[in-house]
Design a protein around this ligand. Structure first.
Ligand SMILES: Cc1cc2nc3c(=O)[nH]c(=O)nc-3n(C[C@H](O)[C@H](O)[C@H](O)COP(=O)(O)O)c2cc1C
Length: 314
């Protein structure tokens, strides 16, 4: 039995990554109803908004779903209390120290997964007692590590050293990519960018269309001094790049980033001044589809590739 299917009691070892301004109850419940694991992204939600999304998700699906908590944002204690009160059974933490909440959440009977971008942090997460890790490569959309380790290099290195289930993320939008990372030792996958271009994502339609139009080379990981993030190279990105040319201080970068850039870009559709987080794999995403179709396509392609590989001899 596949370890990730068993851990979460799901049909396919495919997790929809928590994504600020994209993964509300509609996306999470659609993924769970289609046999994957949907995650509500709490990073862009005030505590009462999160409670509403959890309650709506419970009504929209009888299947398991979880909440992602990026530890970059405020109100963490309140968010954790809501998750416990609402009986959520799965939490993915990210962008912080896995020691902070893992044992507390586990005492409450919650399955805990932590997202990492390096082997060092994978070992730290395992030590903290998490049930699984997501190892996310440099090509992924959104916030990421500073070390630039790609998924192809990271997954086998993490696999070699940890003994808990391993979920691969970064650059996975197709069944073939899923097959590839599972060949490298992953037990399942976490998919982000592909689900942004879905009917059910809460991202602004203009952002979704820009993702569909994106080509290879249209994203960049930047703002490493603050919190490294991969985004589309729009005007806001060009402004960041121009500021870098002046060897700015961290405070100057913070001032340019300002507040609410991510909401402005991804939720409100300001493609010029907003921050548009997406992965390198956006160059391979050519349409906006319903979640059910995305999952069906991935599974069908996985099976085709599996068959093809069985017929290859070297
Ligand atoms: C728009 C966007 C927002 C994201 N927000 C979060 C977040 O709030 N928390 C988190 O842990 N990861 C976040 N991520 C990362 C995803 O959960 C996922 O790990 C990543 O997108 C996988 O790489 P891919 O984009 O190549 O599929 C975000 C990614 C995107 C594209």
């Amino acid at each position: 039995m596949n370890k990730i299917k068993e851990l979460f009691n799901i049909q396919y070892p495919i997790i929809q990554g928590g994504m600020i301004w994209a993964s509300g109850w509609r996306l999470a419940s659609a993924v769970s109803n289609s046999g994957g694991l949907g995650l509500i992204g709490s990073g862009s939600m005030y505590p009462d908004v999160l409670r509403d999304h959890i309650q709506k998700c419970k009504k929209a699906t009888s299947k398991p779903f979880g909440v992602n908590i990026p530890m970059l944002y405020p109100n963490l204690d309140e968010i954790i209390q809501i998750i416990i009160e609402e009986g959520v059974k799965i939490v993915f933490t990210s962008a912080g120290n896995p020691k902070t909440y893992t044992s507390y959440l586990k005492e409450k009977g919650i399955t805990v997964v932590h997202v990492v971008s390096s082997l060092k942090f994978a070992l730290k997460a395992q030590d903290a007692g998490v049930d699984a890790v997501v190892a996310e490569g440099f090509e992924a959309g959104g916030h990421n590590g500073r070390d630039e380790t790609t998924t192809l290099a990271l997954i086998p290195m993490v696999k070699e050293k940890i003994n808990i289930p391993l979920i691969a993320a970064g650059g996975i939008a197709t069944g073939a990519a899923m097959y590839a990372v599972m060949a490298l030792g992953a037990d399942g996958v976490q998919v982000g960018s592909r689900f942004v271009a879905s009917d059910e994502a809460s991202s602004h339609i203009d952002f979704k269309n820009m993702v569909v139009e994106a080509k290879e080379g249209d994203t960049q990981l930047t703002l490493k001094e603050l919190a490294p993030v991969r985004m589309l190279k729009n005007k806001f990105y060009q402004d960041v790049a121009a500021l870098y040319a002046t060897a700015p201080s961290v405070d100057e970068l913070k001032t340019l980033l300002g507040r609410a850039r991510a909401k402005r870009g991804m939720f409100e559709g300001d493609l010029t001044e907003g921050e548009l987080e997406i992965g390198q794999v956006s160059g391979l995403i050519h349409d906006i589809k319903p979640v059910a179709t995305i999952l069906e396509d991935m599974i069908r392609e996985f099976d085709i590739v599996h068959h093809k590989m069985n017929n290859i001899t070297l």
